[in-house]
Every structure is written in C-alpha cells, then in structure tokens.
Design a protein around this ligand. Structure first.
Ligand code: 3HC
Length: 300
C-alpha cells in the first residue's frame, strides 16, 4: 500500500487487475487505457455480440501504430493476453477495481451493483463512470458504500486526460486515494470533486451544449455554431461534440440535469427527435453529421 496525494490519513490500495462492465464506446476506451499500461482487464457485458464488438474495439485501439498510422498485428498479439471479455459476473468481480460503464439509468446501475457487490473481494473498490447521476444516490442499497465512488472519464478516452473522482457521502478516504492513484497509473489526470448532478464538468458542459441546440432551433446553422465555437478556441464545436459523446448519452444526461435544475435547463426538442431517428452520433456513423467507418474500424 502506497501513500498518495489523496485525502489526509488515507491510503491507496494497489490495483493489479481491473474490470469494466459495459463494452460500449466508453467501456472500450477505459479498458484500452488499462491494457496500454499493462494492467490486465476484464471487459464484461450481457451478450456475446456486445463483448465481441467491445474486445475488437479495444484491440483496434491499442494496436494502433503511431508511425504507420495503422493497426499493428504484433502489438495486437502482445496486448491480447491482457484482455478478457466475459458475460460472467464472477469473473468481473475478481478484479481489484470494477468500473461500471453501462447506460445512464440509476435503477439498472443499482441492479448491477446488487449482483456484483457480494462477489467482490474485501479490498476491491467499485466505481461508476456515470456522467451525471449523484454517487450518493447510486450508493443506495450497497452494503459497502465506503468502497464506492465515481470515476468519470471523458470521450474520447484515449485523448482526454481528465478523470473526475467523485466522493459520495459515504465514500471513504482510502477509496478516493485508491481511485486517484489508479487514474494516474492509467495515464489520466484525476481531480476529486464533490457529488451532485453533473458533478463539475457536466454542470458546465451540458448547459453549453444544450444552448447550442436552442440556437439551431431559433434558426442558426450547424456550421455557424460550430465555427464560432472553434474560432473562440474550443477544440471541437458543440454540435460535433454531440456526435462524439453520443446523442443517446447526451439525452439521458440532459434529463438528469433538467430534473435537477428545472429553472435553468430548457431541454431542446432536437435531441429526442435525433435519437428517435437513430442518428446517435459517430458510433452509429450518423448524427448531426454523416461519418464513414472503414474496414479497420476508423471513423472519418
Ligand atoms: N492510438 C494512438 N494514436 C491514435 C490512435 C490510437 N488508437 N488513433 C488515432 N491516433 C492519432 C492520429 O494518428 C493522430 O495523430 P497525428 O496528430 O500525429 O496525425 C492523433 O491521434 C490525433 O487524432 P485526431 O485527429 O482525432 O485528433 P485531434 O487533434 O483532432 O483532436 C480531440 C481530437 C482530442 C477529440 C479534440 O477534438 C477535442 O478535444 N475535442 C473535444 C472533446 C471533448 O470535449 N470531450 C468531452 C466530451 S464530454 C464527455 O465525454 C462527458 C460525458 O459524461 C458526457
């Protein structure tokens, strides 16, 4: 056990193995960050198809050769033994840290924790990659809420260094210290934030993104809004950012923010209509913009 820059008098537990539940875009990104740092990771999901897609996504990501700008078979072979895809909760629960990255629904998340928690090791910590749902709310029903915290990554995980470590009401200092140390080990820059809907980043980011949609509703063009944001200095316009984050994710996250701050957030009608039409962003090759995925899984 190493002392790290966590809360005073707290101790980080060493993480030797990780598990990620939910093999979607975020789950793949988080699993890949582990593999790259040579931490063996189990990627769990509920169907063989989801796992196969997830494992393929992680391998494509970690086997990328920066010089040739192509996936490299040797790198894939080197990393493959570090990755295990499974539908089996018991395999997931063997890890020192289990990161839940399923869809943004509090009940589904709590149902998953209820299945996993009794199988976890005594020192293991459980984390949620929720974008907006308060950690204290997700902790209801847990036997060990002190070993539960938020660990919120940003999309695309490969390129976004920030990770929010969220302290729920009952989260222990040791759990926070462990999550902070672990985030650093996998190459991220953690910040510890207080609990509450949207935590820190999404409190700021989601209203900004929503306002961009309200501008479209009042007649602005997608091009004009994104161009203005980029000229202002944003790395990507808010509309392209919707496509990157996933409109389905943004819709769920937006609902949580609207319920929490009804006086401040006016939900745009555009988002549910786009999701209904299946235009959920880059992962579906279509959102506000159209994308093409080539045979190697790269999106343009
Ligand atoms: N491994 C390593 N390198 C890879 C790679 C891989 N698997 N795949 C591609 N690359 C390389 C490329 O070859 C390229 O290299 P080069 O620069 O030497 O040619 C490099 O990565 C960069 O690729 P991109 O063109 O994609 O990078 P950009 O410079 O355009 O930056 C970005 C992309 C970092 C995503 C930038 O646009 C950005 O910061 N956008 C904003 C993203 C953001 O705000 N995210 C947060 C969303 S909110 C969220 O997630 C929270 C949720 O709760 C809602």
């Amino acid at each position: 056990n190493k002392k790290v820059s966590g809360p005073p008098d707290s101790e980080a537990r060493e993480i030797q193995t990780a598990a990620v539940v939910g093999a979607g875009v975020m789950g793949q990104g988080i699993a890949a960050a582990n593999v790259k740092r040579r931490i063996p990771v189990t990627l769990g999901d509920t169907s063989a198809e989801a796992i196969a897609r997830g494992v393929q996504g992680v391998i494509t990501e970690v086997s990328y050769n920066k010089e040739t700008k192509k996936p490299d078979a040797q790198r894939a072979l080197d990393f493959l033994p570090l990755l295990n895809g499974t539908e089996n909760d018991a395999e997931v629960a063997q890890a020192d840290i289990v990161i839940e990255a399923i869809y943004e629904n509090a009940e589904a998340k709590r149902a998953l924790y209820a299945k996993l928690e009794p199988q976890l090791g005594e020192q293991a910590i459980l984390c949620s990659n929720t974008s907006t749902i308060p950690i204290t709310e997700l902790a209801h029903g847990l036997e060990h809420p002190e070993r539960f915290c938020g660990l919120h990554f940003f999309n695309p995980v490969r390129q976004m260094p920030l990770v929010e470590v969220i302290r729920g009401k009952q989260t222990s200092g040791d759990t926070i210290a462990t999550a902070v140390a672990y985030a650093k080990v996998i190459g991220k820059s953690p910040i510890v934030v207080q609990d509450g809907p949207g935590f820190l980043v999404n409190r700021v980011l989601l209203p900004y993104m929503n306002e961009a949609l309200l501008l479209l509703e009042s007649g602005a063009s997608i091009k004009a809004v994104d161009k203005a944001a980029k000229s202002f200095g944003m790395p990507m316009g808010p509309i392209e950012l919707y496509d990157t984050v996933g409109l389905d994710i943004a819709l769920h996250a937006g609902k949580v923010m609207h319920e929490a701050f009804p006086d401040r957030v006016v939900p745009s009608k555009i988002l549910p209509a786009m999701v209904e039409a299946g235009r959920i962003g880059k992962k579906a090759d279509k959102g506000f913009f159209d994308y093409m995925t080539d045979s190697k899984g790269r999106t343009k």
